[in-house]
Design a binder for this molecule. Structure first.
Ligand code: PSV
Ligand code: MN
Ligand code: MN
Length: 386
């Protein structure tokens, strides 16, 4: 196989998971701009996700968020997905939208609130059993706003206890993915603020617990690819929530703000064997002012482009330059790959997969956008402003 053919073979097997909440209306704390034709229920979110997969060929799974995607029959929802060539992906818990969670959920000082939160997490595992989902994705809004508000160490103990109970409930082929976030909604301490805290908890829990890297959840200037390299090296990288940011947790389209950073991350993934392993590549974005389905198609394509460039790095030449201490030579090898226009290669990949080489144009021609505007009235909000 030529090198080009090998790169194309990897790209054909890539899988990017799209989030159900990206298909619904969303906004900022100031305003949710309702768009026409957005899904009215979880089934319609899957119908839209099926279009993203139909035109990109590499988005076969959809993450759910409970209770935003609550249905009576999860097995039926999984069948609805299967009928459209999709599978249900990670189940995302929600312990941040109930009045009881004002002072936290699994870290709350009151044991009855902690019980309620853990019960919700256990219910999410029940849902995984019904949907066939492999991953439980946990993000906690827990934290404090003022020094002295609560005991930082006691909150870690409560967190560990809650995670251990949920971990025990996981089936043999189910995993717990723990996500960290520097700040927001808490502004003084956050209980899982960084990869080190998440890693420490996952390490104690065991092999089924892994860390999720959301690219929007770091301080400005953080070297995310270093975190990725370290977690992969330790066998603890569970997956990504891809999105891009200019300031904080902006949740813009992956690869829009800083394609070079996405390339550097994907290079460490390739370097660490993360493409052929069990790392989940998820999007976690909101499309507040742009059309949602094309924005998700574009994001998937941006991840593909970064991956293609990462695969094109001449690793033999890079290694030789690194061993020789050739700083500029090594940097040039990496930059050559980043500067390559991989769009023709990806067009070929799509043609060989029986797809239109231009997913954005193919979606626009498909008539789906007009159909959903005509047929769907009163679409739902994703949950953030709900
Ligand atoms: C909140 O910051 C957040 O964006 C986290 O990244 C979660 O993954 C997501 O919401 C869904 O709960
Ligand atoms: Mn996230
Ligand atoms: Mn986030």
């Amino acid at each position: 196989m030529t090198e080009r053919a090998a790169v194309k073979a990897v790209l054909k097997t890539q899988a990017v998971e799209t989030p159900s909440w990206a298909y619904g209306n969303s906004g900022t704390r100031f305003k949710v701009f309702a768009q026409q034709g957005v899904p009215r229920d979880p089934m319609e979110k899957l119908d839209d996700a099926a279009k993203v997969h139909e035109f990109t060929g590499v988005a076969p799974t959809v993450a759910l968020h409970i209770p935003w995607d609550t249905v009576d029959d999860y097995a039926a929802l999984a069948r609805h997905a299967e009928d459209r060539g999709l599978r249900l992906g990670a189940i995302n818990s929600n312990t941040f939208q109930d009045d009881d969670y004002r002072l936290g959920s699994v870290c709350h000082p009151d044991a009855s609130v902690r019980r309620k939160a853990v019960d919700h997490l256990l219910e999410c595992v029940d849902i995984m059993d019904a949907t066939g989902s492999k991953d439980l994705k946990l993000w906690f809004a827990d934290g404090t706003n003022y020094p002295g508000q609560d005991d930082i160490r006691a909150r870690q103990d409560r967190l560990a206890e809650a995670l251990a109970e949920v971990y025990e409930r996981l089936g043999d082929d189910q995993r717990m993915l723990l996500e960290y976030k520097l700040f927001e909604p808490a502004f003084y301490t956050t209980d899982v603020p960084d990869w080190g805290t998440a890693y420490a908890h996952c390490l104690r829990l065991g092999p089924k617990a892994r860390v999720v890297v959301d690219t929007g959840h770091h301080a400005p200037g953080t070297n995310i690819e270093f975190i990725v390299a370290t977690l992969l090296r330790e066998g603890k990288l569970g997956g990504f929530d891809f999105n891009s940011r200019f300031y904080a947790d902006d949740d813009l389209m992956a690869g829009a703000a800083d394609p070079f950073q996405l390339f550097r991350i994907m290079y460490e993934v390739v370097r660490g064997g993360g493409l052929s392993g069990d790392v989940a590549f998820m999007l976690d974005q909101c499309h507040n002012v742009e059309s949602k389905i094309p924005a998700i198609v574009r994001s998937v394509m941006n991840v593909q482009e970064a991956t293609a460039k990462a695969l094109l790095v001449d690793r033999d030449a890079l290694g030789a330059a690194q061993r020789a201490g050739d700083v500029l030579g090594a940097n040039a090898v990496l930059m050559d790959a980043f500067s390559t226009d991989v769009r023709p290669l990806l067009r070929e990949v799509r043609e060989e997969m029986g797809l239109d080489p231009d997913p954005m144009a193919a979606y626009a021609r498909s008539g789906w956008a007009e159909k959903i505007v005509a047929e769907r009235v009163g679409g739902e909000q994703a949950g953030w402003g709900a």
